[in-house]
Write a protein that binds this ligand. Structure first.
Ligand SMILES: Nc1ncnc2c1ncn2[C@@H]1O[C@H](COP(=O)(O)OP(=O)(O)O)[C@@H](O)[C@H]1O
Ligand SMILES: [Mg+2]
Length: 548
């Protein structure tokens, strides 16, 4: 009984048609997906001339019997769906039954496959079968595609250099290998070994093989299950400043381009100057995502997109920022091994750097006073378990105030000595315009003669000084329409109210600032995107001093 069937016309009509083969990497992509769908544990790829002369893929998957092997080459021949309903819950990479038909149209091909009992070898050229023979191969499938586009010279002309085409293939293999760590991937180019990724037990271990160390070290694993949605992945610490292009999005383990997800992740980091590194896999019930919207299957659409986007933002803000916060801020007594035994705490198996995953709690992170130093009345230096951190006091305070305003905590504090201000006409105009808004933030006034006002109450965080208050009127007034946006107002208020560079702080004040900073959702960047904390590990220092 054959497993592959030719899709009937009414099903074909429902699938976004036209498998697109444009270059060797598209061939390799389709063949890797087929091998993974066939549950291969080992995928060996050989290319020549960047795949232009040869792309060969050999797997140890379930293979095919002769009847299936012949049907597999036909357009709409697929074992993955049968009916229109099946399109609603696709769990395989493929589903259209078009790839092998398209690929074998534009090249010379050999398909050698066995289901473990019957081996078959089919040879042909440009869609025509020239020979079908027995084969002795073990279970699995080998497909060799030679001289891609030999019959379409116009297309062939568009291929780039072997080097370029090969790089695309390597990147593609990496993309699939990261999400399938238990599969061995091998790539040889004209007998030269290019990729050699043996099977490992976790994505962490696979990433360590694939990524440069600085990126791997900057990543934290997080995972969240919400009913039928599971989001898991690796995200860089918010203070990661390297140049890189490590951004991977998968939906049900399928690598996809999903601009909205991408923008949501970047947005959650609130850091316009820095690109986060991340790899995220969003697992949903297959009925909740449409994979049939793009010919290359590289774009998908969630039915309830808003929900997924919100969840992602939450995870990054709550889990990524929180779990990474303590890296810098641990007491000396605070032994990791005892923390890990704490009931209720969850840790991913074998994370990159254990330090990065200790959840922050106030209790655990008390640092003795006297461990802080102030440098030029501007920066706070603190010793941490793993080295040294330097905190910019102004932006740190800015962040604390900003988050407190955004959370709606803005009680005014009655002033012991109300401040009398005599305003210039221009300042007075600014005051008039901003008065209703400032009131909402806990500022209270009395108006006297012409342009004299008395301030009775100010937000708790505000520095009491004429210049600051007048500056506040002017700056808020300058926001124009943006005045109505709470986050914009909060930025101005925070910046105006925060302690300045050059201001001397007592050890107690430093302690208080650092405590509050690490209680923030994002202690790493100020509301304008500037970094707050610089970190120097003992390891970094050791290297600088030539100790290792
Ligand atoms: N490496 C492989 N191992 C086993 N079966 C395969 C392999 N490649 C293709 N097939 C079979 O051939 C069929 C057609 O493959 P393809 O043209 O890529 O379409 P699709 O993957 O969309 O079903 C698949 O449905 C599968 O049954
Ligand atoms: Mg396929």
């Amino acid at each position: 009984m054959s497993r592959i069937k030719i899709l009937p016309p009414h099903v074909r009509d429902k699938i976004a048609a036209g498998e697109v083969i444009v270059r060797p990497a598209s061939v390799v992509k389709e063949l890797i997906e087929n091998s993974l769908d066939a549950q291969a544990q080992r995928i060996e790829i050989e290319i020549e001339d960047g795949g232009k002369r040869k792309c060969l893929i050999n797997d140890d998957g379930v293979g095919m019997n002769r009847e299936d092997a012949l049907l597999a080459l036909e357009r709409y021949g697929t074992s993955k769906i049968e009916s229109v309903d099946d399109i609603e819950h696709i769990i395989t990479y493929g589903f259209r039954g078009e790839a092998l038909a398209s690929i074998t149209q534009i090249a010379q091909f050999e398909l050698e496959t066995s289901d473990g009992s019957q081996g078959t070898k089919i040879e042909g050229t440009a869609g025509t079968i020239n020979g079908v023979n027995d084969s002795q191969r073990p279970r699995g499938t080998k497909i060799k595609i030679s001289n891609i586009f030999f019959n379409l010279p116009a297309r062939r002309k568009f291929l780039k250099s072997a080097e370029w085409e090969r790089r695309l293939i390597v990147e593609l293999i990496k993309t699939y290998a990261m999400i399938t760590p238990h599969v061995t991937f091998i790539l040889n180019d004209s007998e030269r070994s290019i990729v050699n990724l043996f099977a490992v037990d976790s994505m962490e271990n696979r990433l360590k093989m694939v990524l440069p160390k600085n990126i791997a070290d900057a990543l934290t694993y997080v995972e969240r299950n919400m009913g039928s949605v599971q989001i898991s992945g690796f995200f860089s610490r918010p203070d990661f400043f390297e140049r890189h292009h490590f951004n991977y999005i998968y939906v049900n383990s399928r690598p996809v381009k999903y601009p909205r997800i991408y923008r949501t992740i970047i947005g959650a980091y609130q850091n316009p100057k820095n690109m986060p590194a991340f790899l995220v896999n969003i697992q949903v019930d297959p009925t909740c995502v449409d994979v049939n919207i793009h010919p290359t299957k590289s774009e998908v659409k969630f039915k309830d997109e808003r929900y997924i986007l919100d969840l992602l933002t939450q995870i990054i803000k709550k889990e990524v920022f929180r779990t990474t916060a303590t890296v810098y801020y641990e007491t000396k007594q605070n032994d990791l091994s005892t923390q890990q035994k704490r009931p209720g705490a969850t840790y991913p198996p074998g994370s990159f750097v254990q330090e990065h995953i200790v959840p922050y709690t106030q209790e655990e992170t008390k640092m003795d006073t006297g461990e802080f130093w102030q440098l030029h009345n501007t920066y706070i230096l603190a010793q941490t378990k793993s080295g040294l951190i330097i905190v910019d006091q102004h932006v740190a305070h800015e962040r604390i105030i900003y988050e407190s305003i955004m959370k709606g905590k803005q009680d005014g504090q009655r002033l012991l000595f109300p401040i009398t201000l005599e305003l210039t006409p221009e300042e007075y105009r600014a005051y008039k315009n901003t008065k209703p808004i400032l009131k909402q933030f806990g500022v209270e006034f009395k108006e006297f003669s012409a342009r004299t006002i008395v301030i009775d109450s100010l937000p708790t965080y505000t520095q009491v000084n004429r210049e600051e208050i007048v500056g506040l009127f002017n700056e808020i007034n300058g926001l124009g329409n943006l005045m109505k946006q709470k986050s914009e107002l909060a930025k101005v208020l925070a910046c105006r109210s925060a302690i300045k560079a050059g201001q001397k702080l007592s050890p107690g004040e430093m302690q208080d600032l650092i405590d509050k900073l690490f209680a923030c959702e994002n202690p790493y960047t100020c509301p304008h995107g500037r970094p707050i904390i610089l970190k120097f590990s003992l390891e970094d220092l050791g290297v600088r001093f030539g100790r290792e």
